[in-house]
Design a protein around this ligand. Sequence first.
Ligand code: SPQ
Length: 430
Amino acid sequence: MTTAIVKQSHVGLTGSIRVPGDKSISHRAVMFGAIAEGTTTVEGFLPGEDCLSTISCFQKLGVSIQQEGDKVTINGQGWDGLQEPSDILDVGNSGTTTRLMLGILATRPFHSVIIGDDSIAKRPMARVTDPLREMGSIIDGRDTGNYTPLSIRGGATKGIQYQSKVASAQVKSAILLAGLQSEGSTSVSEPALSRDHTERMLEAYGVHVKREGLTVSVEGGQTLKAQHIVVPGDISSAAFFLVAAAIVPNSMITIQGVGMNPTRSGIVDVLEKMGATMSIQNEKLVGGEPIADITIQTSELQGIEIGGDLIPRLIDEIPVIAVLATQAKGKTIIRDAEELKVKETNRIDTVVSELTKLGASIQATDDGMIIEGRTSLQGAEVSSFGDHRIGMAMAVAGLITDGDVEINRSDAIAVSYPNFFQHIKELQQD
Ligand code: SPQ
């Protein structure tokens, strides 16, 4: 077990960093390149463990992929270039790999078996396997196909009009990917808009995607053409440093080239609503995704209420928003966030248990949490429980605790941010 010790920062965080490439976009760049015709090149790819799992799965499916740091080359041979794997497809800790790959395999006429780590084995897959079975794919697994290991034999599938109960980009993407090689048209409607990287990137790969309000549809029989993809900085990774700079005294930092897709930028709205002093510069479009530089400094913060359609726009940032809320005056209420229970950990439980150990006034609710600020936090021994976002949220808290925070299982951070601790050091030295 790896343990990281984080000490209170006696200096403010200053300077400028560029966070690693967006995890959601990196996965999609590789997967779509693998089913496209021709050579796709990716720059700004996130070489985190989750995205490396995606590369390894598609290599096992017969696709030639070369990766060196943040550069990837994928020699796609179209949909038919995928071949029956002779080995199990191991997704590691990655929910995105599992669910999107299921959507791709749903129409491939061969057999595959998908496994992952202990955390993946607890994450519900019926939200994807049920609609894919409805389309005609043969899928089985533990609990009749709800949990890994999963086996899938794709085949002649038919399009569906699917009404999803959850706002989930993974559900939406899996069904749309299957729809691309199914008979007729396929549509997915969701209760609130989830991240739209699949829609944007499929369009970049030459696919016709129709969007109407909360419904996205595609026609069957579509192929993808190889592209050059530039991956923006991951706003979910930037969030840890935006919060750190807002709460560590005497800080002022700039994060360059951050993805500002409106379906992901809820953290910026929250910081603004809480009263953070921040500015956004150099806004531009890169490969169909908006990016910008964000400057933020130590701020006086107020508690707020967070819920409704804002939740899918910041779902992965809630662990670090909880840390932020401990330093805001008054109450912060997070509601409508039941989806937190089915992430790498039950993030309502893990956030509440670990922040309580640091002395936060925080209470779990059925669909979120209530945090009372402002509290002085104390050092303690905590765990990431194998969840990268819990590990990094604890490290950010450790920058302001009186006494050290010892984070067990800190190696989980490499899932999405391999150079996280290096970036903390750099901002402490500027
Ligand atoms: O890939 P994984 O493990 O599901 O990763 C997480 C994360 O915190 O990094 C969630 F645990 O992000 C998901 C996100 O919550 C990535 C994602 C995507 O790339 O499509 C979509 C969201 O999940 P969902 O279930 O709402 O679609």
